[in-house]
Design a protein around this ligand. Structure first.
Ligand code: PMP
Length: 407
């Protein structure tokens, strides 16, 4: 393992973290929503536009080939980061696009009445609504795997619901609300035994854990770049080669073809077959820089740092009377969803904002999970390696102060 980073120096790589908000130093605790970006990523995007800007795969001139090389280089680095071949990695605008691609290209042509799509109660809307659209159009049904009171996936319920009619199981690697890290390899093994195809939402996993996709045994793995230090509008979908070969394109247009005639068009090979139109070139190059940055820090160091911060935060918040935390799964990621007795989540978040503290309040795009807990909204403090002990103390003090104001 590489040497443990000096986290305070690492923090200095993130320009926005030096900002003042409402006259106070910013405490950014909304990284599960979108992470902040290090100088290296900002520089990579800036450098592309200043020095190399051209479209990819279309021009033989110098800038065109530099742009293509940088773009494909970023794909290769991203693929290596998750240990998959680059030609199995479709570059997308994020998880939402990736899951929709699977829904439209894999599921829609295959499912019909009598088939079942299995989801879990802890899914983000991006891993619910596309499947509802598929179910509506095909007549397939949706069933939902339950969670335990601690917020873990109920594996007995999963096994019971993996019946012969289930064709597809879509579930999150890490819950954006509860922080639960699901045992993806175990779940995929159960699904595979029964011939069920698996779609994993990796949005909240890649920024925090070392992810080795082949060892997970899934069929599809979707993720988003902006939560892993990369620019917004970037991401990827890994799929088994056989699926990529068999799936029809989702969008048609330039880049995804080999030859177009009015009588018949021949599609390009995967992954290009699924990448119609001009992509987010600068964004993907920025994402490549984000991967380099994460690898330099080391995902194991990042994980250890965030777990240490989480423990401190959980201990400190437990001292606040009337504070309830949602999600207590062992080994959870550094996401703390909470409510304070008598305070509405939005009021609390507004008072925290006045102290310079950014937490998210609301349903976190997980209405069914909120309904399960019988609440409309929670506050969520989500940590990243660039947060500090001092920031956790400021959060705890600000909640304590807000509690007296709102009581
Ligand atoms: N799934 C999970 C678990 C998420 O946290 C998010 C982002 N909040 C998404 C999917 C959607 O990601 P994006 O908006 O980047 O497509």
């Amino acid at each position: 393992m590489s040497a443990r980073p000096d986290w305070l120096r690492v923090r200095a790589d993130f320009p926005v973290l030096t900002r003042q908000v409402h006259g106070k130093p910013l405490v950014y605790l909304d990284s599960a929503n979108t992470s902040q970006k290090p100088q290296a990523v900002i520089r990579a995007v800036d450098d592309f536009y200043r020095e190399h800007n051209a479209n990819v795969s279309r021009a033989v001139h110098a800038l065109g080939s530099e742009a293509t090389e940088a773009y494909e280089g970023a794909r290769a680095r991203l693929a290596r980061f998750i240990n998959v071949p680059a030609d199995e990695l479709v570059l997308t605008s994020g998880t939402t696009f990736g899951i929709n691609l699977v829904a439209y290209s894999w599921a829609l042509p295959r499912l019909s009445a009598g088939d079942t799509i299995l989801l879990t109660r802890m899914e983000h809307h991006a891993n619910i609504v596309p499947w509802q659209i598929v179910a509506e159009r095909t007549g397939a049904s949706i069933k939902v795997v339950d969670i335990t009171p601690a917020g873990e996936l109920d594996l007995d319920d999963l096994r019971a619901k993996l019946t012969g009619d289930v064709k597809l199981l879509a579930f999150t690697h890490v819950s954006n609300v509860l922080g639960t890290v699901n045992p993806v390899a175990v779940i995929c093994r159960e699904a595979r035994k029964r011939g069920v195809v698996t779609v994993v939402d990796g949005s909240q996993a890649l920024p925090h854990l070392a992810v080795d996709i082949p060892s997970l045994g899934c069929d599809f793995y979707a993720f988003t770049g902006h939560k892993m230090l990369g620019p917004t509008g970037t991401g990827g979908l890994w799929a088994r080669r056989q699926h990529l070969r068999e799936m029809p394109p989702f969008l048609g247009g330039g880049e995804m073809i080999r030859e177009v005639r009015f009588e018949k068009t021949v599609y390009n090979d995967p992954p290009h077959k699924f990448e119609a139109g001009t992509p987010n070139i600068a964004g993907v190059i920025g994402l490549g820089a984000a991967v380099d940055y994460l690898e330099t820090l080391g995902m194991d160091h990042i994980h250890a740092r965030e777990q240490a911060l989480l423990r401190i935060a959980e201990e400190r918040l437990a001292e606040i009377p009337g504070l309830r935390i949602f999600g207590q799964a062992p080994g959870k990621a550094a996401v703390i969803s909470f409510l304070v007795d008598g305070a509405h989540a939005h009021d609390l978040a507004t008072l925290l904002d006045l102290e310079g503290i950014a937490v998210r309040s609301g349903h976190h795009c997980a209405h069914p999970l909120m309904a399960h807990f019988g609440v409309a909204a929670t506050c969520r403090a989500s940590l990243a390696f660039y947060n500090t002990h001092v920031e956790i103390e400021r959060l705890a003090e600000a909640i304590t102060k807000a509690r007296t104001l709102l009581a």
